[in-house]
Design a protein around this ligand. Structure first.
Ligand SMILES: Cc1cc2nc3c(=O)[nH]c(=O)nc-3n(C[C@H](O)[C@H](O)[C@H](O)COP(=O)(O)OP(=O)(O)OC[C@H]3O[C@@H](n4cnc5c(N)ncnc54)[C@H](O)[C@@H]3O)c2cc1C
Length: 341
């Protein structure tokens, strides 16, 4: 049995009974911290209908234990209810550290929980480490518009709470030899958000893969000159989506500020962090705040007319050229490939 007190906890996320990728990314973060502290790593699962096999996967990919509170009433994320369940778990088991993903649910749940258990929270951490000697969690995140990195400690309160950007770490490989405990904790129906009733679910129609889950992202910036030209980006992403089924449209903040594309497509410090296999940036200069969101992409392709563009320096493939020539050419060749299939 894993020792519950002083453990490192990471929140798993589920939707309709399926675990989300962030659950495994957080295990990779948590594993390093637990090993440094010489303690156990527990995956906390609040939800409904997640299978035993999926819970086993959490163990095979880093957890020493899974504490699962499952009930039909927990199927949908309701902050007040989830926070009450989490507060009870924290009071019962007293972890040293609790990490959640900086997703919309993690960003809502963690501040709410922090208040309930009278501790601090550092949001959107990019680096986490353990301080030699004290064992305090070192929580590093960009500050002052991304110009400095600030390291924050919570020396006087426990647990130490932090959120971590999705896609900022890679899951650990599946290790079939790993063994761990799955503890099924009954849901106490008195721990439910008063006055909150789930009426139903509304799905966003994205017309392609979710940005955070996409394998290929085509992102446009101010170099596209005007909103109508963003159609080039949508068309290319659509064709790539037809080829690999997981392509999505991204954008720089400048393109979003000009209302050429909506905010959920923004990538960077004040947008999303992505980690696709291929990131194609068209007419994006490569400001530090944009780079903050794409650093873990496997291959970066930059299309920019300026040979000195910052993004060209980071890119694996820097195409010095006009987006209005390069993208249609790429489109033509991909369509030919698609037609030939
Ligand atoms: C607190 C804060 C948070 C921020 N958060 C974000 C964020 O989350 N995401 C983000 O992206 N930015 C963010 N920014 C803004 C960031 O600093 C930049 O202003 C922004 O990324 C610039 O967008 P851009 O590259 O599209 O535009 P620009 O910097 O203007 O670059 C346009 C590029 O297009 C090229 N170009 C022009 N014409 C063509 C052509 N015909 N063919 C090819 N290339 C061409 C140009 O050479 C240029 O390099 C943030 C800023 C602050 C202060």
């Amino acid at each position: 049995m894993s020792d519950a007190a002083n453990a490192v906890w990471v929140m798993a996320e589920q939707f309709e009974g399926k675990l989300k990728g962030v659950s495994f990314e957080l295990l990779a973060r948590g594993r390093k911290l637990a090993d440094k502290l010489g303690t156990s790593l527990v995956s906390i699962l609040i939800g409904h209908a997640v299978s035993g096999a999926d819970m086993e996967r959490l163990i095979k990919q880093g957890a020493d234990a899974v504490y699962a509170v499952q009930d039909p009433k927990l199927a949908c994320f309701v902050c007040e209810t989830y926070a009450q369940v989490l507060e009870k778990l924290i009071r019962d088991y007293k972890p040293a550290i609790l990490l959640a993903a900086a997703t919309s649910s993690g960003r809502t749940l963690m501040p709410y929980t922090a208040i309930k258990v009278h501790t601090g929270l550092t949001a959107d951490c990019t680096e986490l480490d353990i301080e030699e000697g004290t064992g305090n969690l070192l929580q590093t995140r960009p500050a002052i518009g991304g110009n400095i990195m600030a390291t924050i400690k919570t020396p006087d309160h426990r647990p130490q709470l932090a959120t971590v950007r999705p896609k900022s770490s890679r899951p650990l490989p599946f290790d079939d030899s790993r063994k761990g405990e799955i503890r099924l904790i009954p849901y106490d129906p008195t721990l439910s958000g008063k006055g909150v009733e789930v009426m139903g679910l509304r799905r966003e129609e994205s017309g392609g893969a979710q940005l955070e889950e996409a394998d290929v992202i085509v992102a446009g910036g101010r170099g596209l000159k005007k909103g109508e030209n963003f159609a080039l980006i949508h068309k290319l992403a659509g064709t790539l989506n037809a080829i690999n089924g997981a392509a999505a449209v991204g954008a720089s903040r400048d393109a979003v500020d000009r209302a050429w594309v909506s905010y959920p497509h923004q990538i960077g410090l004040s947008g999303k962090t992505v980690s696709p296999k291929v990131y194609i940036a068209a007419g994006i200069s490569g400001a530090i705040q944009h780079l903050a969101g794409i650093k873990t992409s496997e291959t970066i392709v930059s299309i920019n007319i300026d040979p000195d563009a910052n993004l060209h320096k980071l890119a694996d493939l820097a195409i010095v050229g006009d987006v209005f020539q390069v993208i249609p050419e790429l489109q033509k060749r991909l369509e030919a490939r698609l037609g030939g299939k």
